[in-house]
Ligand binder design. Sequence first.
Ligand code: R5P
Length: 241
Amino acid sequence: MNMDQLKRQAAARALEEVRDGMQLGLGTGSTAKHFVELLGERVQAGLKVIGVPTSEATRLDAERCGVKLTTLDEIDHLDLTVDGADEIDPDFNLIKGGGGALLREKIVAAASDRMIVIADDSKWVPTLGRFPLPIEVIPFGLGATRRAIEKAFAECGVSGQMAVRKAKGGDKDGHVFVTDGGHWILDAQLGRIVDPPGLAKALSSIPGVVEHGLFIGLASSAVLAGGEGIRVIERRKPKGD
Ligand SMILES: O=C[C@H](O)[C@H](O)[C@H](O)COP(=O)(O)O
């Protein structure tokens, strides 16, 4: 089974948690895209749900699949969010934002009673950090923001190169990648993040940092698809702890 088939399997397993009438957060990325497509098939067969997309790309996918959409201005909470991740550690800390959607993804996950992370099992790691940590920043004053981030890294016992993300493919190839919110992303190669909650807190306090890709205390369970089948792992602590 190839990687894409594993991602689809994880998405199909998460779909089993969806019930009629649910308000859903719809994640972004290649794994979440499978979930939206499979959800669309269920909707065509009569399932009634409403979704909040975490990116313009997901909004377009959901519309194409016939999934009814709303916003967090129109509804006050979500029952369940299903989203991918770039890395997941055994404490259910995540790195997200490989596709640049971390800001909306975090707003949606935080508004949701439960978040199921779907992934192929290569994303399950003992320690976060091999995947570059995305940090969404305001272009104004970038030099000052970078210096403040480097200081936060040093205080949290990590270090590594940071680079402004460039767009890949199409007309925008090689230009700075711009998020749905109009911001830029710094990708930080940290290798090993010893204290994800501590680093998350330090980054959140920096003016100029809009959001970062460390998701702490948001995921409730993980559906991991691998060569030997599917593993569903539940987080022991309740959401928010
Ligand atoms: O910004 C993108 C998201 O955080 C994605 O959910 C994450 O990068 C995982 O994407 P994929 O399922 O394509 O590996």
